[in-house]
Design a protein around this ligand. Structure first.
Ligand SMILES: C[S@@+](CC[C@H](N)C(=O)[O-])C[C@H]1O[C@@H](n2cnc3c(N)ncnc32)[C@H](O)[C@@H]1O
Length: 431
């Protein structure tokens, strides 16, 4: 590997070995001396300080160690678990450079729910621009080269073999494996009640809330930066996640986004409501209540078996957000009896369900929440053609690359202006 791929830099966390080709983490550390997500690191450092100098931290998804190093300055021990060998090597070099580095124990492993198995780390060219922060592991096969294999462990196992007598903070950033990591940390969490800082962005947020609140008994969770939950057993935040309403249908949307959706729907001109992307029905239920009060028709479209396609730009694979097929659709139908639920791939389903094709007219408000490039692109065209003057399409996933590309290209082609909500969602308004 070329020397420029591993350089030593002074950072606000200490001396670090980083790769400036690693965008944005290595690059920001090399160029500015701090990580691009420094605010999160600073927050965790404050929490370590709050727990005191005897603190023990477990950092799952440690990357090159910016969090681990920052926390190690104030903690007794930081166990850093990272599946990418190159990053573990960088961290081990970083450890040697700092007087408090010995407090970090760097493990080359993938944390999960506990299986006697290996994972495959994707091949990256470290000499060219790359992004280690979004690397996802795949199940290893017989063909996986040995150099790209990483063994699975669990937080509980690590705590056991290291005979840790306390765990104060558990940080989890496992790119979609976060729920598995929580499952594999069950004993540790129940025994030590650590402060949890866990990424929900790439998992089923509702499932994570259920685990945090119901299985582990945390009183509340704060949303940090739109990606992470912070659960401190000693802190009941004044604004706990109120989108988690026991008894209501689950939703992946944040409370603020739901409130904005409701405001836009409520003030839409006379006409029907549509949602494409229902999943377990939470946002649909919010629309349903307004539709019932305002005597509007509500159309709900979903495959109910998850995403039906994935382009190279998309984050989620085919089948992500599989609600469970027909039985899931029935639960939504029973809860929202007056809604018209059309199960299938949108918009193709309109061709095979002539009633829906004929009746779906005069759309006043459409909530489009299908995440993916192709589905978003095709849905915008159909919904726009049936939107009445003054009608609105609210697109939830504008922060996802695939969705954003679909919105910007389609709107450019069709001459549609894009407005933004304060939560960063896209709004298309028909003149
Ligand atoms: C993020 S979830 C929707 C979340 C939901 N609005 C809520 O309140 O939690 C995305 C949904 O889009 C559905 N979906 C994606 N592409 C689709 C398509 N082309 N046709 C039908 N459903 C699709 C998936 O099955 C999934 O249920």
């Amino acid at each position: 590997m070329a020397d420029s791929s591993r350089i030593t830099v002074d950072t606000v966390y200490g001396q670090m070995v980083v790769n400036p080709n690693d965008h944005p983490r290595g690059k920001s550390l090399a160029e500015t001396g701090q990580a691009y997500d420094h605010e999160d690191i600073a927050l965790l450092v404050d929490l370590v300080k709050k727990r005191g100098p005897e603190s023990v931290v477990i950092d799952v998804g440690a990357n090159c160690g910016s969090y681990a190093l920052a926390m190690a300055r104030h903690a007794a021990q930081v166990i850093a678990i990272e599946p990418q060998r190159e990053l573990v090597q960088q961290l081990r070099d970083t450890i040697e450079l700092n007087p408090f580095g010995h407090r970090i124990f760097a493990m080359h492993a993938a944390a999960g729910r506990g299986g006697d198995r290996f994972w495959e780390v994707p091949a990256l060219d470290y000499t060219a621009r790359h992004e280690t922060d979004i690397v996802r592991l795949a199940a290893a096969t017989d063909e996986t080269p040995r150099a790209r294999l990483v063994p699975e462990t669990t937080v509980d196992h690590v705590v056991g073999i290291l005979q840790l007598a306390r765990v104060d903070i558990l940080k989890i950033d496992a790119e979609g494996m976060d729920l598995d990591v929580l499952a594999g940390a069950r004993e540790t969490i129940l025994r030590f009640k650590p402060i949890l800082f866990v990424e929900w962005r790439h998992t089923d947020r509702f499932a994570m809330q259920r685990v945090l609140f119901e299985d582990f008994g945390y009183p509340s969770a704060q949303v940090i930066g739109g990606n992470d939950f912070l659960c401190d057993p000693d802190v009941v935040t004044p604004d706990p996640l109120h989108s988690y309403v026991p008894g209501d249908l689950p939703t992946l949307l944040m409370p603020e986004a739901l409130a904005t959706m409701e405001d836009l729907a409520r003030s839409a001109p006379q006409g029907c409501f549509v949602e494409v992307g229902v999943y377990q029905g939470g946002s649909a239920q919010r629309l349903y209540r307004i539709a019932e009060a305002q005597e509007r028709t509500l159309w709900l479209f979903d495959s109910f078996v998850g995403h039906v396609e994935a382009s190279a730009v998309d984050w989620h694979p085919v089948g992500a957000f599989n609600a469970g097929g027909g039985p899931a659709a029935r639960v939504v139908q029973e809860t929202l009896p007056n809604a018209y639920i059309v199960m299938g791939r949108f918009p193709d389903v309109l061709a095979v369900k002539p009633v829906a094709f004929e009746c779906l007219r005069d759309i006043a408000f459409a909530h489009l929440d299908v995440d993916q490039y192709e589905s978003t692109r095709r849905a915008i065209r159909v919904l726009w053609s049936r939107l009445i003057s003054g009608g609105i399409i609210l697109i939830d996933d504008y922060d996802l690359d695939g969705c954003k590309l679909a919105v910007t290209t389609t709107c450019y082609e069709m001459g549609i202006g894009i407005e933004m909500t304060k939560e960063g969602k896209a709004v298309l308004r028909k003149p």
